[in-house]
Design a binder for this molecule. Structure first.
Ligand code: CMC
Length: 390
């Protein structure tokens, strides 16, 4: 007889071997291919981090230039996809639209795509990385009834995304270096996080040899939830609801009340039992961006005070609940001018490289279909009595 380990939520089960990202949750350490997240966030570009995640080593200047050109060349979306957008309600949540159109890309890149061929896998990776910002910005433009803005080859990854979000046929949006850098940092800080729910979803979907675009759509579905990537949107809504510092104790009390479903959004993590290293950089970045843009956002003060009170509260100390990456990211996105409903979409743009890197690694190592077992708790065999419904 075979016995299985029962591990709901996979709290202690390793599903794969990986060389991409290392986390020490007790110490609050996050390394991508060995490089600390803080150094990457402060001294690299998002595309450089993408290269590192995908290939394992930092690019030489020539490799970087080639990679950048390649990514730039795949940013256009098949014109047929624009018709797909028009099938959605304008008030659809952008994550619903992004999930749909990303999945639809599988219909455009399927015939002739051989996932067992390394070159085909690489091309799929390039396509996904290049097209995700274009589709993300299209989700926003569609929601506000403005025409889509085409990608621009002379802009950086972050600046191109902001341009597609905010330019109109009447006026070109001016992407300042502060905004460009802030966007780039947000992307770096969300790029990968080992076997989280959405990455595991992409791996599980891909383990059967599925089309990569469909697998990434599955990842988007998983990321959307408020316990995962949806937390950035939920966190900003929570800060708005709190409104001012004097309301914080009421919300802290609710978070501690076992009869109340409310949780402090942007707090707690399955792996980190210490300050999330991404949240540390995010907080510094938030401070910088608000200063540089000369924005006085009272919600930043609410967030700082909330963090201070929670970190000194017995409940949060005992359960080792610290701010996570989503706690301050919404405030930076808000300062950049990104609407709240697009926050998780931006997480998606950033995390696409993580998903593809894991999908690629899984294929490089040799596929084994993911097939968890279960503890069956239902009926034992019983007789079926026909009721002659037909
Ligand atoms: N506020 C209040 N209590 C909390 C919170 C919170 N944010 N997070 C966890 N707890 C409590 C929880 O009630 C439980 O208490 P008890 O042991 O008495 O039942 C204990 O802490 C452990 O929580 P858990 O739900 O068993 O832990 P988990 O590892 O399954 O969940 C989590 C991790 C991130 C889903 C959870 O901390 C949470 O819901 N946080 C708020 C949502 C959030 O910010 N998510 C973003 C995570 S980071 C970015 C990403 O992954 O995308």
């Amino acid at each position: 007889k075979k016995y299985f380990t029962f591990d709901p939520g996979f709290t202690s089960t390793a599903s794969c071997e990986s060389k991409i990202t290392f986390i020490d949750g007790e110490k609050g350490v996050l390394l991508h291919r060995g490089f600390p997240i803080k150094e990457l966030a402060n001294h690299s570009t998002y595309l450089e981090v993408c290269y590192i995640l995908l290939y394992g080593e930092p690019p030489t200047p020539e490799q970087y230039a080639t990679f950048k050109t390649t990514i730039t060349r795949h940013t256009m979306i098949d014109d047929q996809i624009t018709h797909l957008f028009r099938g959605f309600r304008r008030d659809s949540h952008p994550m619903a639209v992004l999930c749909g159109v990303t999945g639809a890309l599988a219909a455009f890149y399927h015939n002739g795509l051989d996932v067992h061929d390394q070159n085909h896998r690489e091309l799929s990776a390039f396509r996904l990385l290049s097209k995700m910002p274009t589709m993300a910005a299209m989700c926003y433009k569609y929601s506000i009834g403005q025409p889509f803005v085409f990608p621009r080859n002379n802009l950086s990854y972050a600046a191109n995304f902001l341009n597609m979000m905010f330019s109109t046929p009447c006026e070109e949006y001016q992407v300042t270096p502060v905004l460009e850098r802030a966007m780039d940092r947000i992307l770096i800080l969300h790029a990968d996080h080992e076997q989280n729910a959405s990455t595991s979803t992409v791996r599980t979907a891909g383990s059967s040899g599925s089309n990569p675009f469909a697998c990434i759509a599955a990842g988007i579905a998983s990321l959307w939830g408020p316990s995962h990537g949806g937390a950035n949107e939920a966190c900003l809504k929570m800060l708005e609801e709190i409104g001012k510092a004097e309301n914080i104790p009421k919300f802290i009390a609710r978070a501690k009340d076992k009869n109340d479903d409310f949780r402090l959004m942007g707090f707690g993590h399955r792996v980190y039992k210490n300050y999330d290293p991404r949240a540390k950089v995010m907080k510094e970045a938030c401070d910088e961006v608000l200063n540089e843009l000369n924005i006085q956002d009272p919600l930043f003060e609410v967030a700082r005070e909330l963090e201070h009170i929670a970190l000194n509260d017995h409940y949060f100390i005992e359960k080792k609940l610290y701010p996570n990456v989503d706690f301050y990211s919404g405030l930076i996105l808000k300062a950049i001018g990104i609407p709240t409903s697009m926050f998780t979409v931006i997480f998606t743009v950033a995390r696409t490289i993580g998903w593809i890197s894991h999908w690629k690694e899984m294929h490089d190592e040799g596929l084994k279909i993911a097939r968890p077992r279960q503890l069956y708790r239902g009926y034992t065999q019983r007789a079926f009595k026909s009721q002659n419904f037909h």
